[in-house]
Design a protein around this ligand. Sequence first.
Ligand code: SAM
Ligand code: SF4
Length: 313
Amino acid sequence: MNKLIDPQGRHIHKLRLALLDACNFRCVYCMPKNPKFLPNEKLIPRDEIFRISQILLGYGIDEIRITGGEPTLRTDFLDIVRDLSSLNLKKLGLTTNGLHFEKILPELSKTNLSNINFSLDSLNKAGFEAMTGSPHLKKVLESVFMAKELGFNVKLNVVLMKGINSREILDFVEFSGKYEIEVRFLELMRIGEARESFERHFISAEEVIKEIETLSQLKPVERPIDSTSFNYHLDNGAQIGFIASESRPFCGGCSRLRLSADGQIRPCLMKSEGFSLINKNEEEILELLHKTMALKPIDRIYDVSQPMNQIGG
Ligand code: SAM
Ligand code: SF4
């Protein structure tokens, strides 16, 4: 089996695949004030997603996580999942805001997509609307519970912002224990829109852990070397993870490449450089993969101006 090993010796076997940059939410830490989205004809076509993924599989990419923008907004979203589902991947996952899932979930449950991360930043209606610009907390919660019931491996992603949703930390811990759903607290990252409010709203994983310790002891859980999160079990049954990209970067063990919504292979969330793989043959793709891996940073890059919805979080 051909393997992708970058110049630092990191084994690259995961792909983040952005299907589009558009979204029906306006999360304060992600979406620019006046977003400009790619026209449909600039988006990587379905058949190219499949062809490129097949080639990448031959080079050892065995996990794909679909993201965006809001990936479910693509009219061919289910077809793309079905295509990818026919590949022999170890894991096929999705990161989504979870809106309009009542029709999608039963269809997804017929595919090999197994993992769904829902972004859910507040458990109360006003807080949710303040964070996302959407009034649909109830619908998102319904999607989360339905996904769990259908047997998906469900996680919640919560981006914490001091003074906005940080007072809900213990509510999320209780939620995790009560519904047996893993909650992962994401540190706010200095990406695009979030750079301006970063100093005001950043809260570190360490601070969050201190607050949770007032409620319960945190028991560390073992994790794979290339995991982006570190995790704990709590006495109430809660499973809590932290993606502490700012305070505890995980670049040393990074195993990911990214394919942007316009078909560029990219080395890192924090880098805007990339190479289009659209209509490239296998030989050209392999060469571009090596060029991309050579651009993977060793240390965490301080910030990036490109908006998160364009990079694919
Ligand atoms: N729309 C989907 C969603 O929200 O799950 C997928 C795309 S979104 C860009 C992917 C993830 O990036 C979400 O969990 C979101 O909360 C996270 N994210 C976006 N901007 C961020 C930032 N500045 N810092 C930390 N996480 C961020
Ligand atoms: Fe949309 Fe996801 Fe960005 Fe929120 S985080 S604006 S749901 S892409």
